[in-house]
Design a protein around this ligand. Sequence first.
Ligand SMILES: *[C@@H]1O[C@H](CO)[C@@H](O)[C@H](O)[C@H]1NC(C)=O
Ligand SMILES: *[C@@H]1O[C@H](CO)[C@@H](O)[C@H](O)[C@H]1NC(C)=O
Ligand SMILES: *[C@@H]1O[C@H](CO)[C@@H](O)[C@H](O)[C@H]1NC(C)=O
Length: 822
Amino acid sequence: MARQRKHLGDNSKENKSRTSSSSNGSNSSNGKVVKPKNMVSYWKQLAFIVVLGVTIIFAFLGYLETRVNTPLNERKVIIKSGLNVPEKFWGTYRPGVYFGLKTRDLNSLVTGLMWYFPSRLGPGGQGIRHWCEQSDNLQKYGWLQHDGSNFGIQEIIDNPFKLTTSFVKRIGGLNGGEWTARITVEALPKYTALVDKNEQVSLIWYAALDSDTEGHITSTNSNTNLTGIKGSTSTLGKFKMNLFAQGHVDHESFLSTKAPGLHLLKETVVSSLRLNQRVGKAGQIVLGGQITPPGGTLSDNNFVAVQVTGKLPLTIEVVFESLSVVNSDDRLMGDVYSKALEWHKSRFNQRFEDTFGLKHQGLSSEEIDFARNTLSNMLGGIGYFYGSSLVQSFYTEEPVYYWKAPLYTAVPSRSFFPRGFLWDEGFHGLLISQWDIDLELDIIGHWFDLINVEGWIPREQILGVEALAKVPQEFIVQWNTNANPPTFFLTLEYILDKFEQDLSNERLALLERLYPRLQAWYHWFNSTQKGSVSGSYRWRGRDAFTNRELNPKTLTSGLDDFPRASHPTELERHVDLYCWMAVASNTMTRLGHLLGRESYLKYQQTADYLMDTQLMDRLFWSNFSKRYADYGLHTDAVKLVQPKPTPRQQNQNMEMIREVLKQPEYRLIDSQFGYVNIFPFLMKLVDPSSEKLSQILEDIRNPKLLWSDFGLRSLSTNSPLYMKRNTEHDPPYWRGQIWININFLAVKALHYYGSVEGPYRNDARQIYGDLRKNLIDNVVKQYWKTGYCWEQYNDKTGEGSGCRPFTGWTALIILLMSESYD
Ligand SMILES: *[C@@H]1O[C@H](CO)[C@@H](O)[C@H](O)[C@H]1NC(C)=O
Ligand SMILES: *[C@@H]1O[C@H](CO)[C@@H](O)[C@H](O)[C@H]1NC(C)=O
Ligand SMILES: *[C@@H]1O[C@H](CO)[C@@H](O)[C@H](O)[C@H]1NC(C)=O
């Protein structure tokens, strides 16, 4: 995860010079032999040639300019979506809200929940819950069960109250089927004594259309039932949503209006709330009813919300019915709903045990519940987005829009990162493919349909207004020079390990469509991230000119502030990228071979070349410190200092700057030791009989270096930059904290070295057992203690840090529990 996902193009000069060299090339046309007699025609000819040359240059520049947002000209991987996949049509595809459903339609009807407790409502709508916000400070929220398709149950603790939100889907009809959502609010048993018996809750259920959706929605009023919502869209046909309440309803109200956009629904609700004064009684906070904005008409309304206010405990059911389904006798509500939910729950539990075998492993019920919830949060966090990224290349003067495209993807964090991230998704895929390989192939297919003609995929996907509203301005634009670890090759390797024998024709056909896109992606990495020395690679996007950063970040590597060469240059080489390329080459070889493509031989050559440990050792092994390391222009003698004020400028920005105390020199950066240094081991590139393996195992196990009781820390305690801030404003991020994705790779590698012949097999087994146990124990303990999975863990206390919930790659703990690595 990259918290500061800043792009910093370091190679603008390279590219600018390439541009000018192409204009030099056209000058050669001047060298034609021209008869001096016919001067007029000479000048005409010359003018023609110049005009032609200039036209060609502009056409060529224009061509280069368009490449960044031109899709790769190959068949799409995803050929079936929307209504053609009814079982995946409706879903909780809005991971950024606490509860809501939408469809896998490019422009969908969206539905969702807001709630508040009237006695606790603050000014400006403070206290209304809608988007997952860390600042809401909920004690816990997340899916207890969710199978990624048919149903889910979520628990939300908003002290001293508990909300339970669930849904069940039913396939049928021509328009994607039906569903029911149930929301129950009650006081937590341990707090019932503290809660006033008249305490109320207001539940707001809404439906909204985005501006591109063809259709309309309105509220429905019936005398006996609560206000409902009905409407029609081109995909859904005619539908209605009826609300039913159980419990003591005090009052209900509704709002039907035109919202300025899906990112402003809460604001729209807040601005319509008003207080109904009642003589001798407490006022009622109600929604504004029918509001037609000036100049608009009723049919412009794209937002309908219904508010039900009642005493606790209160339950509402929202029954979404499609007119194309003729089946009204067992309406999905009340007991029918409860039964369906129970049926799905027990089926889910059975499938969970069949897949991961945790009971069989003898794990405690605390551990199993953690695993079940965490898998559910990964699956329940899958979203469906539609929109276009803002991208930039050196040939575009300004950021330009990518083509509009859908993305079906899991997300790292529903609160902090509720959108797709390229390298996170490869890790998510390891878990998701285990649960449902077709679901994972669907996700991979969507990602690779986002590849451009250059072979590049933007690493952070900000699609649609809701996603955009969560991203700070400076992180929006994605540069086409910048990579991100190609983790999907790991996912594919895992899929090949597990399912190679079991690939149906449909899956094979999908891989066939994927292959040319993978090739383009591979070649993009192999060419644009190439290093200066043969066989080496270099992450682009480091800032060579900053004097603010203690060690210029490498956001593209995914490991943001992990220390690299102190002075970025074109001669540096990165050991982690080298290893990613070895894995990529190997996976391409296997996949090409499986699909019977001749091209696999080319990948095999590169794989053999990179997996040759002599090359790897020559490029990265330090005889002196006995470890692998990056190479580059480096000095450890740097510190952040307060700049001395110059007398002339009084109010200058006194931000700390870096002082270099000793000239940097070209060398292996082996004075730092952490995740980057063990990549050859993580990717299983070290020979099992090599003494280097023994050394790495020793260093991993050393508590002064990477070992802690809670997992492997990212940077050893004796590294110069251990837990150091990178600037005044950037606290350490990958400089000591424990990250679960890399720990997963370590456990997986230990499992491998513990199972193949070799002199260090027993050491590997021993460390495998200890590391696995430490990780599981701590993440489970923190989950029950705090209610969440975390982005990272403290190496001294084991406590979670960074953002929460982070059920992205932290969920890989489940695979450690079930010991399924390949
Ligand atoms: C809601 O209205 C329908 C008829 O429109 C009726 O059959 C049903 O009983 C009503 N439900 C409740 C809870 O009032
Ligand atoms: C990767 O790039 C190197 C040169 O940088 C080339 O020799 C090799 O053939 C390429 N690998 C593939 C599979 O194209
Ligand atoms: C490291 O040691 C090996 C084996 O002793 C030797 O072949 C190699 O040249 C040494 N590398 C450097 C950079 O000194």
